[in-house]
Design a protein around this ligand. Sequence first.
Ligand SMILES: [Zn+2]
Length: 485
Amino acid sequence: MALKISNTLSGRKEDFVPIEPGLVTMYVCGVTVYASSHIGHAMSALTFDIIRRYLEYRGYAVRHVVNFTDIDDKIIKRANEEKVEWKSITERYIKEYLDWMDALNVKRATVYPRATGEVDGIIAAIQTLIEKGNAYAAPNGDVYFRALSQPDYGALKHQSPDELNAGARIDIDEAKENPLDFALWKAAKPGEPNWTSPWGEGRPGWHIECSVMAMRYLGPQIDVHGGGTDLIFPHHENEIAQSENLTGERPFVRYWAHNGLLQAKLVDPETGKSSVEKMSKSLGNTLSVGRLLEMGDPDMLRMFVLGSHYRNPLTYTDESFEVAFRSLERIKSVFAPHENWGDPTSNEGKPEATAALEQAAASAKAGFEAAMDDDFNTPAAIARLFDLVREINKGRDTGASGASLNAARETLAELGGVLGLRMKELPPTGGSQDVEPFIKLLVDLRKELKTAKQYQLADRVREGLKGLGVKLEDRPDGTTWKYEK
Ligand SMILES: [Zn+2]
């Protein structure tokens, strides 16, 4: 069965056929680096990480570009507040973002271009657009794109220019010929970072950076362009208009993939009423990725994201995280030690239980692929993994061979890995459970030493454990132990 992917532009699920066989070019809009990323940003990164991993599982090489918007009003404002250079703000949050994405097991993109590293290319692109009549320099030093020079402007949002004009909150700006026109270049205000251009000192507008970077690193036409649904208009609409007029090639993007936004409960401090809103720094209903990472197994957020189709909005609550955490525990429990896993090389076992398990593993894999081929339907794919977890536990309890148990667990690890779950890494347990078997072993050993009248060695065990904060207590019914600070 062919892989199908929803395309925001056509509004349909389409067969996935990349421009160049075997290679997928994918551009995903990244973050503006002026503050710590929240889990809504991480959700977008996780979504496209999962898509990328599945494309790779299907045999494609993926060239994946994610940009950093490292010049912007918010960055300048933050730098002024902290009385530091804008670069120290952007360096700080780029490093933090990459560290956090590593912790979340998000694969690094092939390239992470930054807007300020692409200014020459951006200026050249703006010049070309002016020459072609798609853009104009305004007297105030800004350069604007003439939105209606794109014949089907509004196609991505499925609205006509009149509808866009009526619906969107567009600033009426006297420098613009038409309210839908958007800035390619912004004249610098006094004291702002700026670059020299044919239109005076200034800096690039936001939309043009993505067109220039996507085309520079991936070519005039790309396979997949991703981002949150909030970027459809105007950002991605504008990217299409800029890119197609620059190159004359259509479509700029074969498949527009948009992830639903993360929402969170917001309580009005005055009325006490709660509502569900898009997670955003300006609303103050965010959870930073750093805080999330302190909450335990970092795969929990991925599990939460996998539980819903990527195009749907997702609402974060404490309960929803609890559910994700339990699911993760259940699925990873298959990789915890258990005396009945048996010898992984042994074919000895009950033939019926063995055959049933082998059959279940094959059908889970086929079901998983069918679900993922259907526009990356992760909730259905995860359901197949839970079926397999159940069958593995059943096989273990009904005497399936060690080899079949091992193979089924490897299948589960492989498929979970395709989704980016670190199946064989158990969640942190605070340390105590990890060392308990070893303490118990030493307690048993000490008992044997005493039976053998090796009292000196037995005392060494007791003193050694005491030094490590473990106190033994001998009672009539045996020895117990506890941690002691
Ligand atoms: Zn973008």
